[in-house]
Design a protein around this ligand. Structure first.
Ligand code: ATP
Ligand code: MG
Length: 382
């Protein structure tokens, strides 16, 4: 019978929290498989998917390998532990070219042939079937694995597909990610989900200065990353009134600095409202004027919750590499305007002094502007 073996990252599952982590991991795996019929089982420190429609093998493998906490997956044959069944499964799984070895694990000592002998024997049969193959015991291209379980059944597999690793989403608290349409913030969201955080997004848009397509682009990005975050809600906040007020009342070189402080205040209020314990941004130190230490200090000083910036030490190249891997890059580079690109000063301050920022900001009724923005939220379930 065709089965899928799922291995999880053992390190996170040690100690007292084991049941907690495992129950969340299992429920996340079941969540991504909700469109399929199958049977879920366990075998030692692994899970096994049985009785699924083989036509969907690739889809199931892809869905499961992208669940955080999954270390690797293997399509396998589960056969009765007899020499004949095992060797015919192994022959059907042998590679067609390159080097290989056979590796046997005999948990069931009732099986009469010792591991080394069975490996050598089946390796010989594979060579007979395909003499162009070569055995390499140290660096084989393919390992044909035979795992003789204690229950009278044996798993045979030759493909081990790496999972995304990380911690199961739902094991590390909840965060609000400030999601723009750029390259960085979707990657930041992925990084925090990888550490087990449950995420919710906030996006600021300045309709009619920014278009409906610009907003749609952000929702599209949220949908792509949802593959990893499993759940996603985006709070779309209208930023027009705030931007207009800043534009009218503050020197233009402070536009971005003050905007960022408003975004942070609103994100934090939303975090409190939704029981989140952190705010997350896609900032990377020194990338642009608004991401110098001084700018970050100015934004951070309105926050009381921890602000996580998982990309702070990343080069743009490294961020792009992850964006490509998770599939957000092509959408992120679509040319729609962001609210940060309107009323853009010719020369933003790169090292704003907090005292100067506070003075400039005192021209605004911060509380009323924040409250108005909070009344004007479109909640989008992805
Ligand atoms: P990104 O690629 O994520 O847009 P960026 O390099 O364009 O980042 P900035 O525009 O300076 O950098 O934005 C820094 C961070 O501020 C973003 O990563 C994001 O977390 C947040 N941010 C910026 N604009 C918005 C927005 N319109 N809505 C929500 N968050 C935003
Ligand atoms: Mg941006």
């Amino acid at each position: 019978m065709k089965v899928i073996i799922i291995r999880y990252s053992e390190i996170h599952l040690k100690g007292n929290n084991r049941d907690f982590f495992e129950s969340i991991l299992i429920s996340n795996i079941k969540h991504v498989l909700s469109d399929y019929d199958y049977q879920f089982g366990r075998s030692n420190a692994r899970y096994v998917i049985r009785n699924f429609d083989e036509n969907y093998t690739e889809q199931i493998l892809d869905a499961v390998k992208n669940v955080f906490g999954v270390y690797s997956v293997s399509p396998a044959e589960e056969v009765p532990s007899t020499y004949e069944d095992i060797s015919s499964a192994a022959l059907s799984m042998a590679p067609v070219y390159g080097t290989f070895k056979v590796n046997t694990n005999r948990a069931d000592k009732r099986f009469p042939i010792p591991s080394m002998k069975l490996s050598a024997d089946i390796g010989g049969k594979i060579l007979e079937q395909n003499p162009t193959l070569k055995v390499d015991l140290f660096h084989p291209d393919t390992v044909v694995s035979i795992d003789i379980r204690e229950n009278g059944k044996t798993f045979v597999y030759s493909e081990v597909i790496k999972g995304v690793n990380g911690m199961p989403v739902g094991t590390a608290g909840k965060g609000i990610i400030m999601l723009s349409g750029g390259i960085d913030s979707p990657v930041a969201m992925y990084m925090m989900a990888k550490r087990g955080m449950t995420l919710r997004s906030v996006h600021f848009h300045s309709f009619p200065y920014t278009s409906m397509q610009a907003k749609q682009k952000v929702l599209d990005l949220a949908k792509i990353v949802k593959k990893y975050t499993l759940h996603m809600t985006v709070d779309v906040v209208s930023f027009t009134e705030i931007q207009t007020a800043i534009h009218e009342k503050c020197p233009e070189e402070y536009m971005i600095t003050i905007m960022r402080r408003f975004m942070m205040r609103i994100a934090e209020k939303l975090a409190q409202k939704h029981g989140a314990g952190a705010v997350i941004t896609g900032e990377s130190l020194g990338q642009v004027a608004s991401q110098t230490l001084e700018s970050i200090t100015s934004t951070n000083s309105v926050a009381t919750l921890p602000v996580f910036r998982p990309l702070i030490g990343f080069d743009k190249d490294e961020i792009i590499e992850i964006a490509q891997k998770i599939g957000t890059f092509e959408t992120s580079i679509l040319p729609y305007e962001d609210c940060c690109t309107i009323f853009l000063p010719k020369k933003p301050v790169t090292k704003p002094r907090l005292s100067a920022v506070l003075k400039v900001e005192s021209a605004l009724d911060v509380e009323t502007l924040v409250n108005n923005a909070l009344q004007n939220i479109e909640v989008v379930e992805i």
